[in-house]
Design a binder for this molecule. Structure first.
Ligand SMILES: [Zn+2]
Length: 423
């Protein structure tokens, strides 16, 4: 039993992992006889997350009662707060072809290998436009979350998931990926009773570094857990390798003491749901063993769909979430203060220089000098190494990277040829 005072969401850490062993399968039916659904990257990542308890108390893909409750009131049918739909979609044609019905067990495959089994409890349709409006506050396709919702196929297939073939996490991510149980153990071993999570998809500039340091102070935390979101990439994003390795560098180079900082990854495809995504991020990090979660400006927002601090306000109505939000304003460079300054303290708003992405990109592209008040030279060096080693010459995602990168997770070969006497 891990000695961590913070309970997972719902009270119990879900773990549904049962590596398949054909020889020991005994009376279990051979995998070869099960109907198969080949899942895409997003669904594969969500299967892994469900099985290891990142999404506790969810045990599988949502049924209608849960989905409807999440859409309407941001809770599961059981009453636990939950903000983002976790669903498995399937085309009518495929449902018909497989003859799929409640009670069936399905084999989910990924990269042409068995991944997980799904015990089908329900097959249903749901109004996607309603879902988009409720979850994202808009029905516009310009919103990536709404667009993803419209992209779901005709039916949702619900039921608990069991991981039967745990994927291999490839370097350099293997050092930074832990299951919630493993991570909770690490935090307990370190004696971290108060842990503040930092959600990121960025290479850390001075503003991010101070955001973490400020949150550490504000939460009176033992440690900062960087939880880098690794998922679907679009051109122009930082490559995943640069994100994790630069964050780890902040610790390695002593900008955080070894004992105060840890970098981890979360495989997740951003929904950009603003306040609802902030709640989701808080719940997942609660499951990882964090007691606090920092939220800055426009957390998980996109375009101008959400108010700048909508993700701060949402927590006012959720006092019993079981993880506390640390709400932060911006850090910027102030020439009068003579360094990186906090919006809540610096009185020279007119002279501030924003640590904007465009400035950081200019530094990375060689158009400006790095500095501890913008982007650290040490961070820049790792960014350049990652560009050479992983990015095909660039730290930013380009088509070459998307086509040729080593995937974050690979499926081991699992022989599920029939060895039984069933027809
Ligand atoms: Zn100032």
């Amino acid at each position: 039993m891990v000695d961590n005072s913070l309970s997972p969401h719902g009270g119990v850490l879900i773990e549904r992992v049962a590596p398949w062993d054909a020889a020991a399968a005994g009376g279990r039916r051979c995998l070869a006889h099960l109907p198969r659904i080949a899942v895409r990257d997003q669904i594969a990542r969500e299967c892994v997350n469900l099985a290891y308890g990142f999404f506790s108390p969810l045990e599988g893909f949502m049924g209608r009662a849960d989905l409807d409750s999440v859409a309407r009131q941001m809770t599961l049918d059981s009453g636990y707060v939950w903000s983002i739909p976790i669903v498995l979609d399937l085309a009518d044609a495929e449902v018909a072809q497989l003859g799929l019905k409640p009670g069936d067990t399905v084999l989910l495959t990924y990269q042409e290998q068995p991944l997980a089994t799904l015990e089908v409890t329900e097959i249903y349709s749901y109004d996607k436009e309603f879902l988009a409006r409720q979850v994202y506050g808009t029905t516009e396709e310009a919103h990536p979350g709404a667009l993803r919702t419209y992209g779901y196929q005709d039916k949702f297939v619900a039921g608990p998931v069991t991981l039967i073939n745990p994927p291999r996490i490839n370097p350099p991510f293997d050092r930074f990926w832990q299951t919630p149980r493993q991570l909770r153990q690490i935090l307990a071993d370190r004696g971290w009773n108060r842990v503040v999570a930092h959600q990121t998809r960025n290479v850390p500039h001075a503003g991010h570094e101070w955001l973490m340091k400020g949150a550490w102070l504000a939460a009176a935390a033992d440690g900062v857990l960087v939880s880098a979101v690794i998922g679907e990439k679009k051109p122009g994003d930082y490559i995943d390798e640069a994100i994790v390795l630069t964050h780890d560098l902040l610790r390695e180079a002593g900008f955080f003491r070894q004992e105060t900082h840890l970098t981890s990854t979360l495989m997740w495809d951003m929904r950009y749901a603003g306040p609802r995504e902030a709640v989701f991020h808080a719940l997942v990090r609660k499951n990882l063993g964090c007691t606090h979660h920092m939220f800055g400006r426009d957390h998980a927002g996109v375009g101008s769909y959400y108010d700048t601090y909508a993700a701060h306000r949402v927590f006012e109505d959720l006092p019993d979430l079981g993880i506390k939000s640390v709400l932060t304003l911006e850090w910027w460079y102030c020439p009068v203060c003579g360094g990186v300054a906090y919006e809540g303290l610096c009185g020279h708003r007119e002279q501030k220089q924003d640590l904007a992405g465009t400035l950081i990109r200019r530094i990375i592209q060689g158009g400006a000098e790095p500095a501890p008040t913008t982007l650290r030279a040490e961070v820049l060096e790792v960014v350049r190494e990652c560009a050479d080693k992983y990015g095909f010459g660039s730290p930013f995602v380009a088509d070459t990277y998307l086509e040729n990168r080593t995937p974050v997770m690979s499926m081991p070969a699992l022989d599920c040829a029939c060895t039984c006497s069933d027809p």
